[in-house]
Design a protein around this ligand. Structure first.
Ligand code: CAO
Length: 415
């Protein structure tokens, strides 16, 4: 079946995680993604966190599916010529080098426009223009600077980073949308444009509910759905809310049967107002239905921790899966805390292609996360990541280089 981005060529100058997430998505949608790496070493993640000696790491393989790999030395004059040929041929250049690195290679926006006015140049940096614009940034720096860390964790503990890679993969997602949007606009303007996504901005975008709460706090001095209410104190900034829900329906993580030995025997329980009656019935506290202290969502707010304590007495008698089944019979929103092991083994995620098994010539079979975005007319077919430079000759031949010219470039260490 044809793919949504068939015919779109991406010159992929990305490395580590944020940029590769973006170009992997574009590849899954059908773009021809040509990843440029340095001969000998390649993307640094090929060798990071290795579980098998001398074999591309899972870090690399899980972020670079469906791409082609070419090795080009961007600082070698002959290598630059090859890159210029690629700039002329491709639709999008994606990069997440440190600030200024692309310019230092000689590929300024002006130079790229001169070579190919239709080219879209998409960049991820840690910060946008401002005091930190020149800083190198990794995931947790962005989580801290984007507001996630100060609002994650418990009130009596330090700021926490989250396991979800909202700085890297989150910004990669943002950039992918920017690229597709710029491609769409190019249909009418005929011109390329610059697309930039800063990791701080991406994290903040995902933390927008906390900026909402900052303003609520500034106006009222209190937030009734936060665990600090009614007995604790609020300061000037949004506090860490533990496992409180970020929305208008109170929620908390509760122990389930087996919690003493299983660190993931927990369930997220949401006391959504429309199903309050069912919650009271299921947990056997029907007297709450007529008690004015529990009758309305507003009346319940000062008692939330006590309410969750009572509900927990019920969840502790069930496994998280039993509780999930019983509660969903009554449309009570809840979520079992799934371990990565449970997720890896979940058959329904295999059926949808969200978890896929891939075969790699050097590492054998491994699991990966497939494309979480499903298009009915453009299904994603996950293919293994390329070996370093696997497609150098193929891509150069497509650019018109002869066998002899390719051999000369290799002898000159340009590729
Ligand atoms: N040929 C020749 N040189 C190449 C090359 C190639 N094919 N590919 C990369 N290089 C060079 C770059 O030109 C750069 O050289 P200069 O410093 O002389 O200009 C050099 O390799 C190193 O690039 P870098 O500074 O981007 O790499 P780093 O490992 O020092 O930093 C990172 C990594 C991620 C901190 C930095 O790239 C960065 O801040 N990127 C933007 C934010 C980002 O995406 N962070 C998320 C990373 S995922 O956690």
């Amino acid at each position: 079946m044809a793919k949504a981005l068939d015919g779109v060529r991406i010159l992929d100058f990305t490395h580590v995680q944020s940029g590769p997430t973006c170009t992997q998505l574009l590849a899954w949608f059908g773009a021809d993604v040509i990843k440029v790496e340095r001969a000998g070493e390649g993307d640094i993640t090929r060798g990071q966190l290795r579980d098998i000696p001398d074999v591309d790491s899972l870090y690399f393989t899980m972020l670079n599916h469906n791409k082609r790999s070419v090795t080009i030395d961007a600082k070698n004059p002959k290598g630059k010529e090859v890159l210029e040929a690629l700039v002329k041929k491709c639709d999008v250049l994606v990069e997440n080098f440190a600030p200024g690195a692309l310019d230092r290679m000689g590929f300024t926006w002006e130079r790229i426009q001169a070579l190919n006015p239709r080219m879209i140049v998409a960049s991820i940096k840690g910060f946008g223009p401002g005091p930190y614009a020149d800083c190198k940034v990794y995931e947790n720096v962005a989580q801290c600077a984007g507001g996630a860390a100060s609002t994650t964790g418990f009130d009596d503990g330090p700021p926490l980073v989250t396991g979800a890679q909202i700085g890297d993969s989150g910004t990669g997602l943002h950039l992918a949308l920017g690229i597709v949007t710029a491609l769409y606009q190019r249909n009418t303007t005929g011109r390329g444009q610059l697309v930039t996504a800063a990791m701080q901005d991406g994290v903040l975008n995902l933390c927008r509910v906390k900026l909402r709460d900052q303003q609520r706090l500034a106006r009222t001095g209190v937030m009734e759905e936060y665990p600090q209410y009614p007995d604790g104190k609020f300061g000037e900034a949004v506090p860490r809310a533990g496992n409180a829900s970020g929305g208008g329906q109170p929620g908390w993580i509760l122990k389930c049967k087996g919690w003493e030995t299983d660190p993931n025997a927990y369930i997220y329980f949401i006391t959504q107002a429309p199903v309050w009656k069912d919650i009271c019935k299921v947990i056997g506290r029907e007297e709450w239905l007529t008690d004015p202290r529990y009758a309305t969502p507003k009346a319940r707010l000062p008692h939330l921790m006590e309410i969750f304590g009572e509900i927990e007495k019920w969840t502790m008698t069930k496994t998280k899966f039993e509780a999930m089944d019983l509660l969903n019979e009554h449309d009570v929103p809840c979520g079992p805390i799934l371990s990565m092991k449970e997720i890896a083994e979940e058959p329904s995620l295999r059926d949808t292609g969200t978890i896929v098994e891939i075969d790699h010539p050097k590492r054998g079979k491994y699991l990966s996360v497939g494309n979480p975005i499903k298009l009915s007319d453009s299904p994603s077919d996950v293919k293994r990541s390329p070996l370093l430079g696997e497609h150098t000759d193929e891509v150069l031949a497509e650019l018109g280089y002869s066998r002899q010219q390719i051999d000369e470039l290799r002898a000159q260490r340009a590729i």
